[in-house]
Structure formats: C-alpha cells, structure tokens
Design a protein around this ligand. Structure first.
Ligand SMILES: C[S@@+](CC[C@H](N)C(=O)[O-])C[C@H]1O[C@@H](n2cnc3c(N)ncnc32)[C@H](O)[C@@H]1O
Length: 249
C-alpha cells in the first residue's frame, strides 16, 4: 500500500505551514469551527487524533479537558513542529501511518481526524481499524476534502470565471471515477484518493458505525465579501465534508 509522505517535502511543508499560520485560512475559518462544533464534551476522555499534523487540535483537545491525547502522523516535520509548539503533559505524539493503527493496543472514547483521509487508499479498511480502536459508545468525528473537490484530476480549471476573474461556477468532471488522483499542486505528482459520497457513507456503515451527523463546509456571506479572492468559491462548492459517528456495539 502506498504511503505518500508529501508533508516531509521541504517546499510542501513550508507552503502548508505558512498558509496555516495566516490568520485567515481555510482550516481556521471553515474547517475547525465546524469540526469542533460536532465534538462531544471532552472532559476525562481518551482521544486519538489521526494525522495530527502540527498538533493544534491535539493541544486544544487537551485544553478542553481531555484526559489524554494520542496524536499520530506520518510526517517527521509535522511531528517535530507539534512537539515544539503544541506539547502538554496530556499529549503523546507518535510517528505512525494511519494504515498501521491496528498495532495500537489501547482503546479510545473519541477518535478525531482533520483532512487526512484524502490520503487513505483503502477507506473501508481504515474505518474498520478505527472501529476496533473505539470503546463501546465512543464517538468518531472527522473531516476530509469533499468528494466534489477530490474529483479534480488536474486537467481542467476548478472554476469557470468571467473575464474579470469572478467565479461563475465550479467545474466537475469524472466524479464517478473513483481512485487515485495524481496532480501538480504545490509539488509535482501530489497524490490523494477520490471516492464518492455514497462510498464514504457505505464505508462507515460497513464498519459498523452509526452516522449521527453529516455536514458540508459553509461560510457566511460576510466572510466571503471580506475575502473574495480566498473564499469566493465557497458559494459554489463545499470544500470539506464532516461526519460524527458512534460505535453502537
Ligand atoms: C492537511 S494535513 C492536516 C493536519 C492536521 N490534522 C490539521 O488539521 O492541521 C494532513 C496530515 O495528514 C498526514 N498524513 C498523510 N498521510 C498519512 C498517513 N498515511 N498516515 C498518517 N498521517 C498521514 C500528513 O503528514 C499531514 O500532517
């Protein structure tokens, strides 16, 4: 199974770090508020954060009362940043591929993941491994790029625009063709996996999850008007999809 580790590429890492450190970015303005709004009360909970990256969420989970947070990630550079900037006595950062989480011997009250499952080749298999790591009645809250976004194969413009550059509508092609997308984005040959919305839902159901909530990314008209170049496209397509699931037995 391929495990692309693009976040250890110097240029990709620096690009991600710099966009994440801007006050106005997709993570902080769109993704994180929706994800955090779907979280249960964290007090006393054992949390697993899959693809913890630079550790911002792990640190917030700890500050929100989690008993412990295990953050796993494939990238040394991301983990190094997390250890330097987002440490706490309640957090352990560990280098591990999400494909290998079946080697973890403990179970959790809450499993979270932000924008990582785009890189999972075997989504149904990963959902089964996560299900096994959860205690009874534990919750699973995650985000990933919306399938409308991952459908992009790099050979067409994401938006059709007016002559002055205003986004008229979002383009979509080959949505029904699932699988690897290899595109030139920040680096040449960036890889992620595209699957349809029904494949996501059926992957969760097949693993034994009860889906309690699903959201698609949304943003206020005020934010769009304030930052049209960055967020203008969000009226046409949701960048992210979110699920809150429960292990029912
Ligand atoms: C878009 S970043 C998100 C980071 C963090 N969750 C956040 O919200 O800022 C994706 C993260 O997934 C990690 N990742 C990619 N493939 C992975 C894999 N196979 N196993 C574990 N982590 C992986 C990357 O190293 C990166 O830190």
């Amino acid at each position: 199974m391929s495990k692309q580790n693009v976040y250890d590429d110097k240029d990709f890492f620096e690009n991600f770090q710099s966009s994440r450190s801007n006050d106005v970015n997709f993570n902080d303005c769109i993704e994180t508020p929706i994800l955090f709004g779907m979280l249960p009360d964290l007090h006393g909970k054992k949390v697993l954060d899959i693809g913890c990256g630079m550790g911002q969420h792990a640190r917030q989970y700890s500050e929100m009362g989690a008993k412990s947070v295990l953050g796993i990630d494939l990238s040394e550079k991301m983990l190094q940043y997390a250890r330097e900037h987002n440490s706490s006595d309640h957090i352990v950062y560990q280098r591990m591929a999400m494909e290998d989480i079946d080697t973890i011997s403990e179970t959790f009250d809450l499993v979270t993941s932000s924008l990582v499952f785009d890189y999972a080749e075997d989504f149904p298999g990963l959902m089964q491994k996560i299900h096994h790591l959860m205690k009874k009645d534990a919750e699973f809250v995650f985000s990933m790029s919306h399938p409308i976004v991952t459908a992009w194969d790099g050979v067409y413009d994401r938006y059709t625009r007016t002559e002055t550059g205003e986004r008229l509508y979002a383009n979509l092609r080959n949505y029904c063709k699932e699988g690897l997308r290899k595109v030139d984005w920040v680096v040449n040959g960036y890889e992620c996996y595209h699957r349809t919305v029904s494949s996501l839902i059926n992957g969760l159901i097949g693993a034994g999850f009860m889906i309690e909530e699903c959201q698609e990314a949304h943003l206020s008209d005020e934010m769009r008007a304030q930052y049209p170049a960055l967020f203008g496209g969000t009226i046409h397509r949701p960048e992210f999809i979110f699920f809150r699931c429960k292990k029912s037995n």
